[in-house]
Design a protein around this ligand. Structure first.
Ligand code: WTA
Length: 664
């Protein structure tokens, strides 16, 4: 899939590679501006990571930076004890920053809420007391199925305070997706919300949460419900073990809960993400390494200082929101902005309006959003004074040079460096990107690996490929923010991420290589261009979706016999879901059936996975060994010239599908 043929866009990208230098003004004030940092980290690895650990306050010092005696089960800062909520809240209150704004929130109606570090301290303590009272104990997994309300980071920090790992489920996910995740995490506690506003509508969230709760096999001890909608609410009565957030907070007003001393390697949270099989993977992140890494990358890459107003427009339901709305920025004691809604409501200038209103210094968003802004035109940002901006960032998918330059020119006024940050749910934090105070930028290319990160591009045998050639991205040394395992599934952890390029019988860490399942190219400057996933995962608007998950939802619709899902190119979303469906004998292949298939996907996963097109076909193109040839289905979806079809068992089907796509 990354053999490089037919990738015209990529070739164009390489040919076109222009370079941009950060301004002297930016460099002069940058948190990290000495190029020696790269060498320093290399020579002094893994001790270099003490720099990250030193950004935190530890109750007990760690004994060892890295314990690599049992790869790939690495341990960081072993023996160290700390509490994440103490590091993100209490210490700023104690250090004279109690009146600094921690969270600036804006609702869809322009309503705002402001939490100073002191306010956050009070609310986190009260909610921690409430959770304890509900029976939550250290190591119990608390599921947070919440939209973008301030109660979400408060609940995360309250969980961290009492040592209860959280598992945040994106509010756009369906009831089934919630139940699957609660079942998988053995989670008996849920914090949710009555609803939220989106594009002018009040959405009923509790209804979905309740439906999800019905699907939890092991029973649920308590649910807490935030009242976001007030009079616009849907009038649900709370059931026996459901509690109103505000009532609980009143009951525990003024209470304080000592932060629990957690071991550096204790679990901080689980985050489910899509993989190659139908079952989402429960990525486990721990306390010391994760927070140190989130803080260090926020400092070095996002250049955050506590005086800044910083804004990441992602949703906290994804890893980006965990690391770069909540944990990294709050560990540094800065002001982090959160908003409810979408970039196009009430007008297509919503984001620029917020940047102007709060004088945002640093803005971090996704290429899919930038492509939409480009389409809407530059007049929206031009209506606003964006001169407060100092740095821009992107994450989640490759950014094409045109979108990069549009962002650089129209949002950053050619003054702000742009960091294109490659990382994953599993990596916990950024891995490949330029350090903005040191490195030049090359639009389209994420940049070199960060200091201390050993990334390579290899062929199928694990040999490094030459500059300019496509290969597979690997990470050859562990790093503090890495996932530790998949929840209760060490075997799948090894299989999914390590088996491909490691000698799994060896206990020498040099024989272990992390495989993120992305294709990439490297150029002569060591700049890495990410080509996209090489597994059956597609990236829709920067969100990872497993094709198998979508296929199994479609096959669950009565009347469907078989389905294959691929990602086709999409102007704004990057990729869109194309579903090829074989129906059962006698089933009408009409719009009603298409509607039921779309609904089936929304019910199983959520609207983000909704197919762009449902294409009925009598057969799928299969190899002689019976494997579906997804590459062909992708080419058909994109209207590309078809590659080799000679290995197909049923080559005649290809013409027929192509005709149908054109008719549809
Ligand atoms: C893709 C999001 C190109 C990649 C933080 C990765 C990117 C997957 C970039 C992880 C980037 C992320 N350039 N591709 N700057 N950032 N990706 O787990 O395919 O939601 O494997 O984490 O997104 O998605 P995830």
């Amino acid at each position: 899939m990354v053999d490089g043929d037919g990738d015209g866009e990529l070739e164009a990208r390489l040919v076109e590679q222009e370079e941009f230098e950060p301004s002297e003004e930016f460099v002069a004030q940058a948190n990290v501006s000495d190029p020696a940092v790269y060498e320093e980290f290399e020579e002094n690895w893994p001790a270099c990571w003490e720099q990250a650990a030193e950004m935190l306050d530890w109750d007990d010092d760690y004994d060892e930076v890295l314990d690599d005696s049992n790869p790939p089960f690495y341990k960081w800062f072993t023996g160290g004890k700390l509490n994440v909520s103490y590091n993100c809240v209490d210490r700023h209150v104690e250090n004279g920053d109690k009146n600094r704004v921690a969270i600036k929130w804006e609702g869809e109606h322009g309503d705002t809420r402001t939490y100073t570090y002191q306010d956050l301290y009070r609310e986190v303590n009260e909610f921690a007391a409430a959770l304890r009272d509900l029976g939550v104990e250290e190591d119990d997994v608390v599921t947070l199925y919440m939209p973008m309300v301030p109660e979400l980071p408060i609940a995360m920090l309250a969980c961290a305070r009492i040592g209860a790992p959280h598992s945040v489920v994106f509010a756009g996910f369906s009831a089934d997706a919630l139940a699957t995740r609660m079942n998988s995490a053995d989670s008996r506690y849920l914090v949710t919300c009555d609803g939220y506003y989106r594009r002018g509508d009040a959405l009923d969230h509790l209804d979905k949460a309740n439906e999800g709760l019905d699907g939890v096999d092991h029973g649920v001890d308590a649910t807490v419900v935030v009242d976001r909608l007030g009079d616009d609410g849907f009038g649900h009565d709370l059931k026996g073990n459901q509690h109103d957030w505000d009532d609980l907070m009143d009951d525990h007003a003024g209470e304080r809960v000592d932060p629990v001393q957690r071991d550096a390697e204790d679990m901080l949270f689980l985050m489910y993400t899509s993989g190659t099989t139908g079952q989402p993977k429960g990525v486990k992140h721990t306390t010391g390494g994760y927070l140190a890494y989130a803080a260090w990358t926020s400092h070095a890459v996002l250049d955050i200082e506590k005086e800044d107003t910083y804004w990441c427009s992602a949703d906290i339901g994804w890893i980006t929101g965990h690391s770069y709305i909540v944990y990294g920025p709050l560990a540094l004691g800065t002001t982090t902005v959160m908003y409810e809604g979408t970039p196009d409501f009430p007008r297509r200038d919503r984001l620029w309006d917020i940047i102007e209103k709060y004088s945002v210094d640093i803005f971090y968003t996704a290429p899919t959003a930038i492509r939409a802004f480009m389409k809407w035109g530059s007049r929206f940002p031009e209506e606003h004074d964006l001169s407060s901006l100092r740095l821009l960032g992107t994450v989640g998918e490759p950014i094409n040079p045109r979108a990069w330059k549009w962002y650089y020119q129209h949002i950053g006024d050619e003054e702000c460096p742009v960091v294109d940050t490659w990382w994953q749910t599993e990596t916990g934090g950024m891995m490949i990107t330029t350090l903005p105070g040191i490195k030049k930028m090359k639009p389209g290319s994420a940049g070199p690996p960060l200091p201390g990160i050993d990334a390579q591009i290899v062929d199928t045998k694990g040999e490094q490929v030459d500059a300019g050639r496509a290969g597979y991205l690997t990470v050859n040394k562990p790093w503090p923010g890495m996932l530790r395992t998949l929840y209760k599934n060490d075997e799948r952890f090894v299989q999914e991420y390590w088996q491909e390029y490691s000698d799994t019988d060896s206990d020498d860490p040099d024989d272990w290589v992390y495989f993120p399942e992305d294709g990439a190219k490297i150029d002569a400057d060591d700049y890495i261009t990410i080509l996209g996933r090489v597994d059956d995962v597609i990236n829709v608007s920067g969100h990872r979706l497993g094709t198998m998950e979508i296929e199994s939802a479609i096959v669950g619709v009565p009347g469907v016999a078989e389905a294959a899902v691929v990602g086709g190119d999409h102007e704004v979303k990057g990729e869109a879901v194309y579903a090829y469906v074989i129906t059962e004998e006698g089933q009408e292949e009409d719009d009603e059936m298409r509607g039921r298939i779309v609904e089936g996907v929304e019910d199983a996963i959520g609207p983000i996975a909704r197919p762009e097109a449902v294409i009925f076909t009598p057969e799928l193109p299969k190899t002689r060994s019976g494997k579906i040839m997804r590459r062909l289905l992708e080419e058909i979806a994109n209207g590309d010239e078809l590659g080799d079809t000679t290995t197909l068992r049923n080559p005649e089907i290809v013409d027929e599908i192509q005709r149908k796509v054109q008719v549809d």
